[in-house]
Ligand binder design. Structure first.
Ligand code: 5GP
Length: 191
């Protein structure tokens, strides 16, 4: 029998380092991949359509919703974000661990719709530390950063509904913790 893959929902407040953690994971595992989301947010400097996101207009996004093209979607900071259906299923069927790196409302929908999905919340060491990282990243306006911090405080309240909480205090430790979770979950599924 071929090896089964799985879907992993990874959420973390903006600026908590989830993209870095994922990038490190891809260096040590060749069975992980990431679903590319659709969004109506404007591209940041250096972001490429079809690589970082599928950048959509409001109308294009709404037609994806209407045509059942999204596994989940949510509004975050005034923009739409959603997971295209195509891609995720194929990856899982090919034995891949497909990461959905999404915010908490979308994650909640996935947990309800796909009870087999593993959910991980990456927790910042503190709100102060998060504020610091967002300011240093310097990719958003101050108003947007303050709003992201307000959202982060709400998101942390949802962390208890996830299967696992991993604190991102030390990058290598967070990567090792998630790597172990993946190995344990895979062996449960394939035993
Ligand atoms: P950013 O604008 O910083 O790229 O993303 C903002 C938030 O939207 C992050 O928490 C990110 O994980 C989340 N996000 C990205 N793609 C999706 C998606 O497809 N669905 C949902 N629900 N959230 C997403």
């Amino acid at each position: 029998m071929s090896k089964k893959g799985m879907m992993v929902v990874l959420s973390a407040p903006s600026g908590c380092g989830k993209d870095t953690v994922f990038k490190e994971l891809t260096k040590i595992r060749d069975d992980v991949c990431e679903s590319i989301s659709a969004t109506t947010r404007n591209p940041r400097d250096g972001e490429i359509n079809g690589v970082n996101y599928y950048f959509k207009t409001d109308d294009e996004f709404k037609s994806m919703i209407k045509n059942n093209g999204l596994l989940e979607y949510a509004q975050y900071n005034g923009c739409y974000y959603g997971t295209p259906v195509s891609g995720v299923e194929d990856s899982v069927n090919q034995g891949k661990i497909c990461f959905l790196i999404i915010e908490v409302q979308g994650a909640k929908h996935i947990m309800e719709k796909c009870p087999d999905a593993v959910s991980i919340f990456l927790m910042p060491p503190s709100i102060e530390c998060l504020k610091d990282r967002l300011l240093k990243r310097n990719t958003d306006s101050e108003e947007m950063i303050l709003n992201r911090i307000k959202i982060a405080e709400e998101e942390i309240k949802s962390s208890s509904s996830y299967n696992y909480i991993v604190v991102n205090n030390d990058l290598q430790k967070a990567v090792d913790d998630i790597n172990k979770i993946l190995s344990d979950e895979l062996s449960k599924r394939n035993s």
